[in-house]
Design a protein around this ligand. Sequence first.
Ligand SMILES: Nc1ncnc2c1ncn2[C@@H]1O[C@H](COP(=O)(O)OP(=O)(O)OP(=O)(O)O)[C@@H](O)[C@H]1O
Length: 261
Amino acid sequence: MIDVRNLSVSYGDLRALDDVSVDIADGEFVTVVGPSGCGKTTLLRTIGGLESPTTGRVRVDGDPPEVAQSDARLGFVFQDHTLLPWKTALENVTFLRRMAGKEPDSEGARDLLATTGLDGFEDARPAELSGGMKQRVAIARAIHLGADVLLMDEPFGELDEITRDEMGVEILRLWRENRKTVVFVTHSVPEAVFLGDRCLVVSGAPAVDGPTSPASGTGAPGRIVAEFDIDLPRPRDESVFGSEAFGRAVAEVRGALHDDA
Ligand SMILES: Nc1ncnc2c1ncn2[C@@H]1O[C@H](COP(=O)(O)OP(=O)(O)OP(=O)(O)O)[C@@H](O)[C@H]1O
């Protein structure tokens, strides 16, 4: 379980997040949606131990995130897939696991590449793969690492809409089969609704602390302004997009974003 308690994060004088608290259960798929600059990435990076809380705390199964990270319990998938250009798809998938000191499992890596639709591309280098294929490799890598928690930051942000929808269906299938806890940051309200068990709406613009602030800051620091349980039935596929329930959920989340804008 991920436990975020009264978390505030500042970069120097700039307060990016303020007093954020949330619990995320094992196996839950939580999406985080909000406008640019509201602190979504900061939240994800702090859960992942890549940023430190200024006040408050984060625990992953009771441990500080740095400990969970060093035990390879956290897997990251970012928009810029961060594949090593000189390694093949297969080597990219196995490399992190090797670095984490885990038992090599080339067969498992091949199977994962196959289930992500990359059968036959094991020996291709990133430059030979499309954007969607590279993201598939990055997702396979995080799952192969054996991480319990996948932290995903706009992983499909660079993809065209059709590939993005396909990748959404794909990630749900992998999640179902592997039962990871997923925290997924996106700008897209429909994507957040389609994927999530729960959708957190983050709002705000960073505030500059100082002698006359916070009132005089450039805005309000990021905080969770609403959260929605997404009750759409699972498994979900593209047919969900046309349903009334989906449209209603999207409208509700959009409403929360605009109310706070
Ligand atoms: N390393 C950093 N140093 C200084 N300021 C930072 C740093 N990282 C983020 N910020 C600032 O903190 C605020 C929140 O940034 P963050 O990247 O968390 O927002 P975001 O909601 O993920 O934005 P986007 O959707 O555009 O990626 C922004 O004002 C950003 O400029």
